[in-house]
Design a protein around this ligand. Structure first.
Ligand code: NAP
Length: 486
């Protein structure tokens, strides 16, 4: 582990769900791993606590909940780094004192993590600039959602850009911090085996599934104005698609990687009112059962029977370039599905000719499955001879390529890696402004097509894989959703 120089990390929204469940536990793990120096400061900013002592108490409990067997002394030492600043980020009052307090640590890397509602991003960035907290060693991290369409995303990017240079802006997508996603880069570009096959001649199609068993939870107001397309597809799923589809970058430099991802986004064939009905399916969950318990439908969860917000999307995308011409990328995501799973399935083509007798059994096409959650794993399915006597029978076996267990390495949480990348100034796994805007440019016409189409999202029973139209979307092409997930 390479330690970094002492730094300040200021979390606006330091009392919120993300800070307590993800950011502070991730920082604790890196501290326990020896990467965060004792002279660093972690400053929670919010309105609701009155003292640092209270705040530390809440952080202590949050870390105990999130980190099994956290060493008590290490936790107390970590809490020594934790500070609290009570501030209403939308008001001028208190900012001068806040800026002076932050500046006391002198010249060092200073990260401002905006873990608040996106409505506050513009105001906070303005004030960081106004109070001189945007110097060359400052970095700002912004969470999704970055806008709800291209125009609002551009407005946020403009406001952030008025305070910070693009090299200081870290637009976080925690999916990119997952081991499996980095393993995809290692597999594709660290082996000679895959790249010659990574194209339309050898790949039949790609599936990306992000399935949740949960319903609305506490985010009802936000979710009902967003929906699954904005909440999942615009960011996480398009980023995963880019990682699969991009050309080999010249290096792992941030802009080399981001240039290639941008080209993919710009190559996506448009879906609009002319073809949305063919290429997209939207659904909304109804009462049913998930995780073994009965659950209510979306209209009851929301308390608003007229909502037209989609909680499920399936769509067929195509990357219009030489490498991918004619290869469908099927994406689906939804709430209240039977299983919590996020995975990418790269389905290779069938062999061109079989030499085997029918009694050998079917020759299944190879399949590379990259699972991001719940347990990160990479498997490649291969055909082998079924061992033993009795003639040549074929058998499909999964070759497990996730070696974390074999190496005895615990899978780090994505935020651990990404937070340290911010401190180091490594932008490779963060989205550049033009990527976010290109993704919206592709999404906006789908949203517009749905708005002009009076057909409501199709109802699906909680605990099923979405409306039957989602199955029809892929079966129409003679394909099926990957069976481990479906
Ligand atoms: P949250 O639980 O509602 O927390 C919001 C935080 O902002 C609280 O600490 C709140 O504290 C603070 N806050 C609100 N108004 C403020 C003001 N005027 N001045 C200073 N602080 C203020 O939200 P969250 O779930 O943590 O989400 C934070 C951000 O991350 C959002 O943009 C969300 O979309 C994004 N995100 C969250 C998750 C997740 O898993 N939670 C996942 C992906 C993205 P006080 O009320 O005490 O001021």
């Amino acid at each position: 582990m390479i330690a970094v120089d002492p730094f300040d990390l200021v979390i606006f929204g330091g009392t919120g769900d993300l800070a307590m469940r993800k950011l502070l536990p991730a920082l604790f793990r890196r501290y326990a791993g020896g990467q965060v120096p004792n002279e660093s400061r972690i400053v929670g900013v919010a309105r609701s606590h009155d003292s640092a002592e209270n705040y530390r108490g809440v952080v202590r409990e949050a870390i105990k909940r999130a980190v099994a067997n956290a060493d008590a002394q290490t936790l107390e030492n970590f809490l020594g780094l934790v500070h609290y600043y009570g501030l209403d980020a939308t008001q001028d009052a208190g900012w001068r004192e806040f800026a002076d307090t932050i500046a006391t640590s002198g010249e060092r890397v200073r990260v401002f993590y905006l873990s608040t509602s996106p409505d506050l991003f513009v105001g906070i960035c303005d004030r960081l600039r106004q109070y001189g907290l945007n110097g060359k060693d400052a970095r700002v991290v912004i969470e999704k959602p970055i806008g709800h369409d291209l125009a609002s995303a551009t407005a946020i990017n403009n406001a952030v850009g008025a305070a910070f240079a693009e090299s200081q802006v870290f637009r976080i997508d925690h999916y990119l911090g997952k081991e499996t996603v980095q393993n995809l880069l290692a597999l594709r570009f660290g082996n000679v085996l895959f790249e010659p096959l990574w194209n339309a001649a050898h790949i039949d199609h790609v599936q990306i599934t992000v399935a949740e068993t949960v319903g609305l939870e506490k985010r009802a107001t936000y979710y009902d104005t967003a929906g699954a397309l904005r909440d999942m597809v615009q960011n996480h799923m398009l980023q995963l698609l880019c990682m699969v589809a991009m050309e080999a970058p010249a290096s792992l430099d941030a802009d080399a990687v981001r240039d290639e991802k941008l080209k993919v986004l710009r190559s996506l064939k448009g879906i609009d009112q002319n073809n949305a009905i063919l290429f997209t399916v939207r659904g909304q969950y109804r009462a049913g059962a998930t995780d073994g318990a009965p659950v209510r439908g979306y209209p009851e969860d929301l308390g608003k029977p007229t909502s037209q917000t989609e909680t499920f999307v399936a769509l067929k995308a195509e990357v219009g370039n030489w490498r991918w011409a004619g290869v469908p990328f099927y994406l689906r995501t939804g709430k209240r599905l039977p299983q919590r799973v996020s995975e990418i399935v790269v389905q290779f083509r069938s062999i061109p000719h079989s030499i085997f007798a029918p009694s050998a059994g079917p020759v299944m096409p190879n399949k590379l499955v990259l699972r991001l959650q719940p347990d990160e794993a990479v498997t490649l399915s291969l055909m082998i001879k079924s061992p033993g006597p009795g003639g040549l029978r074929l058998q499909e076996v999964p070759l497990d390529m996730s070696f974390a267990e074999a190496f005895g390495v615990a899978q780090p949480d994505a935020y651990e890696r990404l937070l340290l990348d911010v401190v180091r100034g490594n932008l490779t796994l963060f989205m550049r402004r033009d990527e976010v805007e290109a993704a919206w440019r592709w999404i906006d016409p789908i949203l517009a097509a749905w708005e002009t189409n009076p057909e409501a999202p199709k109802a699906y029973t909680s605990g099923t894989w979405g409306p039957s139209a989602a199955v029809a979307l892929i079966e129409r092409d003679g394909r099926t959703w990957h069976e481990d997930a479906a």
